[in-house]
Design a protein around this ligand. Structure first.
Ligand code: FAD
Length: 421
């Protein structure tokens, strides 16, 4: 078997890239083949918060988040695929307990506005009006992105894979790439657990599994895998009323699991809250009938050496911390019961930004990894940019220099801001 383009990894990056590449390829003359060793969304993507915010400190990221959000927002209308998209807004809160965050909120709100994004600076009383019951200091400020949103990550990856197949891509799910064949400084193909497959170009989008696979062909990128803990609380039962997006369909998988006859996702009780003063984020996940709480900074976490054998249990210390920070902002959650916990995987780089693009010594190898816990929202732009690279077009979907995989060879690295901010 042969594929002109091979994509390794069936997460949000691999499936979005397979779709973008297949749309531009003849499926007979230049097939795109995607390999996934487990099931679609088995890695970071399936456990993602899938929050689509645009609040960043770098224009390169702001513009990608803006452009990708447009793709997610229009995906259902454009393709008929339901991805659990909900526009609930994102409120980023800075406050006096971390004084730097106040300036950051102001600066980033201005940056967003100059990229054409609706981003409003709110004082404490405006935040309280937006989110009834919200507890903030009188000196706190917020950046509200009314268009901020979230999706169901598993359905999104499945939708990208289906769209890739419709466009002619071949998806080989349950087939692991064991090695990459190199000769004459170029990738010639891959060895999987059942076959050897030749290709003209290879995209490695293997998330937390990328380090060893790339190192096996001499590609050294300083990636560190950590296991962020997440805690869930039941969705507030009407105590924080809001009323947008009542028309969103509830994911079938959730309907099946709970035997629910309703056809609508419950409205998110409040916007996504990105609390940079207290260092946590929270999102109502209507598709899963729960509210997620996560910590923002994982730069000091212990590394995970084997992503296939991670400790899945979540510490009670984290669960208590999550409830404490959530309830300190939104006391209405005191009434709600716990709704489980999970552990995910982040693939961190030293500057908390991804490595995306060709590897100079092996020019037909494209690296797409190291999203440092904030990649889901960027996937459509990453995919479009990689498709442009594969076709030797000027890359307009992202700034290739900002993400150049070889930038880590430089002796000094800027310290990454938590959560890629
Ligand atoms: C808990 C959590 C919360 C997050 N919240 C957000 C958020 O709110 N917003 C946001 O923008 N981002 C968020 N992120 C980050 C985002 O989810 C990731 O950046 C993104 O999912 C990375 O996608 P990926 O495709 O690169 O990797 P993955 O999803 O890990 O996909 C890699 C795939 O490659 C497969 N694979 C690996 N090795 C091989 C091989 N040898 N052969 C074949 N297949 C292989 C794996 O099985 C896996 O399915 C979060 C992440 C986590 C863990």
């Amino acid at each position: 078997m042969e594929g002109r383009t091979i994509v390794v990894g069936g997460g949000v990056m691999g499936t979005a890239i397979a779709w973008a590449a297949a749309r531009r390829s003849d499926p007979i003359e230049a097939p795109v083949v995607l390999f996934e060793k487990g099931q679609l969304a088995a890695g970071s993507s399936g456990r993602s918060g899938a929050i689509l915010r645009q609040f960043y400190s770098d224009r390169a990221l702001v513009d990608m988040a803006r452009d990708s959000l447009r793709v997610y927002a229009s995906l259902q209308a454009a393709t008929g695929r339901h991805i659990g998209y909900q526009r609930m807004g994102v409120l980023t809160i800075g406050g006096p307990a971390a004084p730097d965050t106040i300036g950051l909120v102001r600066r980033n709100a201005e940056l967003l506005r100059t990229s054409g994004i609706d981003a409003r600076v709110l004082d404490a009383s405006a935040m309280r009006a937006l989110v009834p019951g919200l507890v903030v200091d009188d000196a706190a400020i917020g950046c509200h992105e009314p268009d901020g949103a979230g999706v169901d990550p598993v359905r999104t990856v499945e939708a990208f894979a289906s769209l890739a197949r419709e466009a002619g891509a071949i998806t080989r799910i349950g087939e692991r790439v064991l090695g990459i064949e190199i000769s004459g400084g170029r990738v010639r193909g891959v060895r999987t657990d059942t076959a050897t497959v030749e290709c003209e170009r290879l995209v490695v989008a293997t998330g937390p599994w990328s380090g060893p696979l790339l190192a096996s062909i001499g590609v050294q990128i300083p990636l560190q895998v950590v296991r962020p803990e997440q805690h869930f609380v039941e969705l507030p039962s009407g105590s924080i009323p809001r009323g947008s997006d009542r028309d969103d369909l509830l994911a079938d998988s959730v309907l099946d699991r709970f035997g629910i006859a309703a056809k609508r996702m419950p409205s998110p009780a409040h916007p996504v809250i990105l609390d940079i003063e207290k260092g946590f984020y929270t999102r109502c996940e209507s598709h899963a009938l729960r509210t997620r709480v996560g910590r923002m900074d994982h730069s000091q976490d212990a590394p995970v050496h084997d992503p296939d054998t991670i400790e899945e249990s979540v510490s009670t210390a984290f669960q208590r911390w999550a409830r404490t920070v959530l309830e300190s902002r939104l006391p209405a959650y005191r009434e709600e019961r716990d709704a489980g916990s999970l552990v995910g995987l982040y693939t961190l780089t030293p500057d908390a930004q991804a490595a995306i693009g060709p590897w100079p010594a092996i020019p037909n190898l494209y690296v797409v990894t190291g999203f440092s816990g904030h990649g889901f929202k960027l996937a459509p732009s990453v995919a479009e940019g990689i498709a442009q690279m594969l076709d030797d077009e000027p890359v307009t979907a992202f700034d290739p220099t900002f993400f150049a995989p070889e930038r880590f060879r430089a002796p000094t690295q800027p310290h990454g801001r938590p959560f890629g901010l």
